[in-house]
Design a protein. Sequence first.
Length: 253
Amino acid sequence: MIDPISFSNVVEKIVTVKEGKFVKRKYYRFRGGRWYGGIATADTVGCNLSCGFCWSWKANTSIATYGEYYSPKEVAKRLVEIASNRNYGLVRISGGEPTIGFEHLLQVLDILSSYKYNFILETNGILIGYDKKYAKELSKYKFLHVRVSLKGTNEEEFGKLTNAEPSAFRFQINALKNLLEENVSCHAAAMLSFSSEEEKFKLVEELKKIDEKLADLEEEYVFLYPHVVEILKKRNLSPRIAYDPNKIPSTLV
Ligand code: SF4
């Protein structure tokens, strides 16, 4: 079972490298995409969880050999180029967990602060919930919105889905508290493919106790890409709700 905090340190040592005052991080792809109505995306390598539905699991389980190191300047440049060529207003880092190698993320954000784009930080929130300093640092960037993606609706589901200590689910919830306390724009998403309606209801009630705004939960479901089906089988997970990637409902894009 993974302790996601100590695992973050192990992953960080492999996926980042310091060069002078800048920190490089591993990425495996830069792309445009239809999510959020169009967003430039840098797919990074390395995560502190091991979700049994992760669409990026091949990169995240081969971190020593996958991807190449990019400086914050190179990452920002690639994102700005894609966004500008395609007329997007949004950029993001996806693929792995962007808060691992936090100094690198802050350096990317520093550079992007000179441009007109909004940045969506897609995170599992583990580190933000573990240490409030993450939320405090993020509060400096007013063009940033944080999407905390909860892995299931409670400790038990979280443990089963992520292979991590079930109690680490509390870090995910705590991330939302920390972000709101530091006035960082954020919302909660949750992987609900494996949850019952009752469990979803209980999660929403819990989120409401933190802040009524969090009741507007973004629902996430598994898309059955062949490599996702492969990991689901390996982990013996059967989604209650899942979508054919060729027929994604417009409400989920
Ligand atoms: S948190 Fe996201 S990137 Fe990390 S293993 Fe889970 S789905 Fe993959």
